[in-house]
Design a protein around this ligand. Structure first.
Ligand code: HEC
Length: 184
């Protein structure tokens, strides 16, 4: 037993003694091209400053929703448990700390730009990133219109989307603000 420990110690100390940081070039792959890099910054922050130029309406979104989303999220946006696809609207006012909360975009999400961000990066679930900017604005207009957060006649674009006021926007603690409390 003692001998095994001794051999192990000798081996590892030898290993550490000879290991040096590798300073040469890492000789595999190739630098990413500008075109490839341009597809990476897809994050849309709540201020909406980097939203792409585009616009979409409720009516356009209605059609797109039927084609790309309803199969999983349901025709009334009620969600489908079997697919793990959540309900998208409703439940407003249920996040009170009492009773069972119904968490949806309408009842929970504090910011409308996040809806653009989420759809453009992650939906449709099986074929993400197939939608154009106009199509994503249209889907936002449809979902927010159905939730009665905006009017069904409102058009959404890079300027109007960040101005949309969400029902639960006061329900979050601001980590950068001292003594921040969610609105009662
Ligand atoms: C193949 C099924 C499928 C399709 C089609 C689909 N989704 Fe989803 N969606 C999901 C699943 C599953 C989740 C949950 C993902 C997770 O929690 O990681 C989700 C989550 C979401 C969420 C986040 C909801 C929340 O409260 O967290 C939004 C918004 C959304 N989908 C919008 C859409 C839109 C818009 C379309 C159509 C362009 C679409 N989805 C198409 C399956 C689907």
């Amino acid at each position: 037993m003692f001998r095994i420990i001794l051999i192990t110690l000798l081996c590892t100390s030898k290993l550490f003694a000879t290991t040096k940081a590798y300073t040469g070039p890492i000789d595999f792959g190739r630098p990413a091209t500008q075109e490839e890099l341009s597809t990476y910054p897809i994050t849309q922050y709540p201020d909406g400053k980097s939203l792409p130029i585009g616009q979409g309406t409720y009516a356009e979104g209605l059609k797109l929703y039927g084609d790309h989303c309803a199969s999983c999220h349901g025709s009334q946006m009620e969600g489908k448990v079997a697919f793990g696809a959540p309900r998208l609207i409703g439940g407003r006012g249920t996040i009170t700390g009492k009773g069972k909360p119904i968490k949806t975009i309408e009842s929970f999400w504090p910011n409308a730009v996040s809806l653009y961000d989420y759809i453009s990066r992650a939906m449709p679930f099986l074929t993400p990133k197939i939608l154009t900017a106009n199509e994503v604005y249209a889907l936002c207009a449809y979902i927010l219109g159905e939730a009665r957060i905006i009017s069904k006649t409102d058009q959404l674009d890079q300027d109007s989307l960040p101005k949309v006021s969400m029902p639960n926007e006061g329900g979050f603690i601001d980590p950068f603000k001292k003594n921040s409390r969610p609105a009662a």
